[in-house]
Design a protein around this ligand. Sequence first.
Ligand SMILES: C[S@@+](CC[C@H](N)C(=O)[O-])C[C@H]1O[C@@H](n2cnc3c(N)ncnc32)[C@H](O)[C@@H]1O
Length: 389
Amino acid sequence: MTEDNLYAGREQTLVKHLILQRYLKRFAMIIGQVWSSITYVDCFSGPWQSRSAEFADTSFGIAVQELRRARDELAERSGKAPQLRCYFLERDADAYERLHGYARTFTDVEIATRNAPLEDSVADIERFVTGVTPKPFSFVFVDPTGWSGFALDRIRPLLLLKPGEVLINFMTEHIRRFIDSPDEQTRRSFEELFGSADFRDQLAEIPVTERRDAVVFEYARTVAAVGRFDYPSIAVVLHPQKNRSHFHLVYLTRSSKGLEVFKDAEKQSMADMEQARAKAQQRKREEKGGRYLFSAEEMHDPVHFQELRDRYLGMARKALESRLRNQIRVPYEQAWAIALFYPMVWEGDVKQWIREWTEQGSVSLEGLGPRQRVPQRDQHHCLVWPSGR
Ligand SMILES: C[S@@+](CC[C@H](N)C(=O)[O-])C[C@H]1O[C@@H](n2cnc3c(N)ncnc32)[C@H](O)[C@@H]1O
């Protein structure tokens, strides 16, 4: 089956899987050179709406494939390969049967499966992850269908796993619609998601039109603070046929290299997302009886994507300017991380602002060599905001 057939009608899942696949591919190659063991945990495994007999369109199938591929490549290159361990959790009994059947087919990866809700499984996951020596590097994927089942207090031990990274699918559109619900039980469920009611104060000031972003930013900052992740970032996944965000992927790492690799995966996948949305929108037009001379790509209007990117660029630039104003001297890697927290903002954008600021004289650069004009990370390069501006 081609990618088009596997994901037609659920292109948002394609984008999620592309980001995951591209990220894990490089993650496993990098981590596998240093750590002797990698543990991948899927807290909401599925399969869910999968069409592939080999589960090539599931997060667990993609993870196993990428981890094994990296391990084999590392073994071939250096003769040293990491041990691979996976923990797949699924609450639904039928889905679990299929998941378990898949897991049983591997003898070269240690795969534990469990048919239970995440709420009752965190201690078991922790035991699995920490139960080997030396410590493995863990990657935890949280991919729910709504906003329940991963209350902050429940997943706290998973956020604290070290060394480790976390990727959370935040169902933004769904959450935004219900977050102000007066229903007491719904209100409580959001407080559990955020770990307290404080998020309401943060959101109270934000105009309704900016709520969608504000909710996910607040969530990302909250989970990053709990797990002491220095480099949180967010990728946006748009609805295939409508001009609005569908969900966001919140990525949490303690390593600048991790952030760099995640942003590369995000950037590549944004281009694929626009292509997939073009096809999905063309399909919708054709289903309504339209006949077109132009291809899906030619018919696709990129304005929504561009407006959204401009909005995030504006937010990132404002956040960086505000840090410069308050802190005066900001190491380049810190400036980079502040900006790359935002979706659709990449290193080239940060360098472009710095070029503009230095040309205007509003920022000066410190620590660059005589022939260097562009700051780099980890070379003690600093941005300096003239005091009094
Ligand atoms: C969005 S789907 C997962 C898709 C999968 N990660 C992928 O990308 O291919 C969510 C899955 O989590 C399961 N699930 C829902 N609530 C759960 C819970 N509290 N604990 C564990 N699994 C749950 C559902 O049955 C469903 O299979």
